[in-house]
Design a protein around this ligand. Structure first.
Ligand SMILES: [Cu+2]
Length: 332
């Protein structure tokens, strides 16, 4: 305990009371806070101090007649009206201007979609990749467009001093520009990591919706991370990657895996079987046939089906198609 107080004071500058100021608005938010805190502290000490002083000085003493109470003092009355009014105007002004700044996302901004649901966060990047951690580039405006799948959540990043409710049935936005934290405060190693949490505590596990904001030092580092993270082939077997495309690129809407045709033929037992086409020709379904079906679906239309399949040329890479072929091959 002896060491504790000096340590506290020594660390005050280095973000001991508050987390590091990690965004452009953090400094003005802290300024408003400390301005109000010190004004309140000053008046608390002044008023309570005078009160105690007067209690002692003017206490009832036997034989001492109470003085007549003064009814008016214009100077005193004006000063205790005007000074607090000016102080609250200053509080309002610096609070209001930084609030407006925080509530108005800049036009040029990197956009990330957020979905909150019991009890996780999902961050969706412009290329479609979804991740449970929020990764962002430093020194760049980032706008989160947020929606909730169920109840009210609230996305709070203490280091950025930003917080916004995530409400079912409507979109809310929150923006920030991450900057290097001031000299002497944590963290210092790139990528910087800060906690991100849900500040809506009227539900069982909002308090467990804790994840990370990861701030990459440059846009290049961020892009590299995103490319790497969203590389579907990296941590998956070809069959798994093929299944991913089957589900996410819409094939599942028209092609079943159980042998029952939908708008298109089922993939079950397709690979290696003989296909008959509307022009009377036929062909064994090998890798080249499947590749051609994906890139030029109308070149050979399977008997009994309409030529409605869209081409996926330019939307799937060769590696993606190879994975899809492996997946179809697996549907015996
Ligand atoms: Cu929550």
């Amino acid at each position: 305990m002896k060491l504790f107080i000096p340590e506290l004071l020594a660390n005050a500058e280095a973000g001991f009371w508050f987390p590091a100021q990690g965004s452009t608005v953090a400094e003005s938010v802290d300024s408003v806070y400390f301005f109000i805190l010190w004004v309140c502290t000053f008046f608390f000490v002044l008023i309570v101090g005078l009160m105690l002083l007067f209690m002692v000085k003017y206490r009832h003493r036997p034989g001492v007649e109470a003085e007549k109470t003064v009814t008016h003092n214009l100077t005193l009355e004006l000063s205790w009206s005007v000074i607090p009014t000016l102080l609250t105007v200053v509080m309002f002004w610096i609070g209001f201007t930084s609030y407006l700044d925080m509530r108005t996302p800049p036009a040029a901004s990197y956009e990330i979609d957020v979905v909150a649901k019991k009890w996780v966060w999902a961050f969706k990047y412009p290329n479609g990749w979804i991740e449970s951690e929020l990764h962002i580039p430093m020194d760049e405006n980032v706008t989160l467009t947020m929606a909730s799948d169920d109840v009210i959540h609230s996305l709070w990043i203490p280091a950025f001093r930003t917080k916004m409710d995530v409400v079912p049935g409507r979109y809310t936005q929150e923006w920030f520009k991450a900057i290097a934290p001031p000299e002497g405060s944590e963290p210092t190693k790139y990528p910087l990591e800060y906690p991100l949490m849900c500040s809506e505590y009227c539900g069982q596990k909002h308090s467990e919706m804790v994840t990370k904001v990861v701030v990459h030092e440059t846009r290049g580092d961020f892009d590299k991370w995103l490319q790497n993270a969203s590389d579907i082939h990296k941590n998956k077997t070809p069959v798994e990657a093929g299944e991913y495309f089957y589900k996410t690129r819409g094939c599942i809407q028209c092609h079943s895996l159980d042998g029952v045709p939908k708008n298109g033929p089922s993939f079950k037992g397709l690979f290696g079987s003989e296909r008959k086409f509307t022009d009377g020709t036929s062909r064994i379904a090998d890798a080249n046939y499947i590749r051609q079906s994906i890139l030029e679906p109308q070149s050979q239309v399977v008997t009994g089906f309409r030529p409605i399949m869209p081409t996926f040329k330019g939307q799937l890479t060769d590696q993606d198609i190879t994975a899809i072929i492996a997946f179809i091959k697996d549907q015996k």
